[in-house]
Write a new protein. Sequence first.
Length: 271
Amino acid sequence: MTEHALAAPNDREFKLFQQLILQRLGIHVPEQKKTLVSNRLWKRLQARNVHRFADYYDLINRPEEQRELTQALELITTNETYFFREPRHFDFMREQFLPAKRNQSQLRIWSAACSSGEEIYSIAMLLADQRGNGWELLGSDVNQTMLDKARQAIYIDDRARHIPAQYRQRFCRKGTGPYAGHLRVNPELRQKIQLRRIQLHEAFPDIGRFDLVFLRNVMIYFDDNTRADVVRRVTEVLNPGGYLFVGHAESLHGLRVDLKQVMPAIYQRRS
């Protein structure tokens, strides 16, 4: 199939994928994202020799095509991330959160949309540097392919440019041979992290309670009702006085939850 043989999804086809993504992932894809959906799925239509998005939709809904369905959904939910993104959150951890928890024997932190791992390893490096031991870190994502990448913890140097130099030296290994131009997070740090596939729009599995939850740059993909449900469930797994970090482009305004804002994009559960 040539590039010119593929037509962009029409309105009806786009609505089919909108409904599928909302049903399976709880993610609302607005009309403005039609081109993104088309671009992300184009190679899969090409690989399966399918010329219309309606035909591809029918294909991925066959019981024997669950692997293809998973691949399609993961292509759509792959998002850009990098180490120490939104540094004010890490400043808050270093300057306020961790000093206040100095006498607490064990901290539990959840990176609830950890993607390919840059966020969770940023948290781990800071904890290892500032606290040493006495912490547990859970990372989760809806995208299994991203979780597999997080488990491997291999990143090209360009994606790691925001890691402080002392952290790169202490917590990462420089790649050689076929991995030249890459780094890998040290096994000692990788072994301290638990990774699980969790769908935020559904009831959470038994994951315990946390002192801090990172829920950043994911709520913008949910509609209002789903966003309210997710924040409510996250609040329920926060310890009293625990913190919730959201993306700086996100807000909890209008949501009836037991949280107070202490800084932009930082909320605390009332004690």
